[in-house]
Design a protein around this ligand. Sequence first.
Ligand code: PBG
Length: 329
Amino acid sequence: MIYSRNRRLRVNASIRSLVSENTLSTNDFVMPIFVMEGQNKQEPIDSMPGIFRRSIDLTVIECKELFSLGVKAVNLYMKVSDTLKDNTGKEAWNKNGLTQNAIRAIKDAIPEMILMPDVALDPYSIYGHDGIIENGKIVNDATNDALARMSVSLAEAGADIMAPSDMMDGRVLVIREALEESGFTDVGILSYSAKYASSFYGPFRHALDSAPVDHENIPEDKKTYQMDFHNSREALNEVYKDVEEGADIIMIKPGLPYLDIVAKVREAIDLPIAVYHVSGEYAMLKAAAQNGWLDNDKAILESLTCFKRAGADMIFTYAAKEAAILLNK
Ligand code: PBG
């Protein structure tokens, strides 16, 4: 005789919803957005169907739409012209730079929108690296000083939370100190603590034209700073250091192939955890859906819910807008 039947709690949608352990909501989403120079301009990103680069005016309209759908945070990325790039990334702290202007414009239009600009030098680097290069190496401490200058400049423009994605050692502390010294005690740090050197960033680098350049004496990949995907204990090491240095939120990236890391970090710390459903994951899903091999809407809601099940509090995803529309139905 079988008395214990797990299927009893699955017989209809009502009972399934009563015993449901995790819920996905628009409160969980952070939408990454790509900004470019110009007026009334919008360019599709081929490798990321449904995603665009937009000039600031159209970005503001998009942000208003996102906010009204319940998406209350955006992560900002800039496509700057090649003429503004150099080895120091100094355009990143230009008071009137594209990022600073975008932050001011969005804040002005939607003060409650949480703005989390990316803090890294790659979109501003002629070499496409997240750090300054000397003698063929990415130098750690000089890069940290640049990231601190960049952070203060972004905070001055009105950003709420710095999102350093560079993976230099000790940068959370250097950024925290610079923010405190400049009076930005309420500006937070969401640290990409466990960011792996991943092939899943391909479509993003295409979107920003930010891939490491093929150049003599320039590292061809980011493996000397981003983590090795063979490792998981090392992720905890990275996370503990960033917590100690004053991070407010911890990020794990990429997402779906790294849910073991999300679950492990969830066990280890009590700070909020963010996870990044990266460009390559989004592109794979869209490619399959466009071929009719996957149900787009179901696959998106399932993928995003799996992040919650693994223990994430917030999800950076290019599918945030369409998922919000689905959840609001
Ligand atoms: C760069 C940065 C990258 C992403 C976010 N910030 C790419 C990289 O490290 O080369 C990837 C995001 C994505 O693939 O969606 N600092």
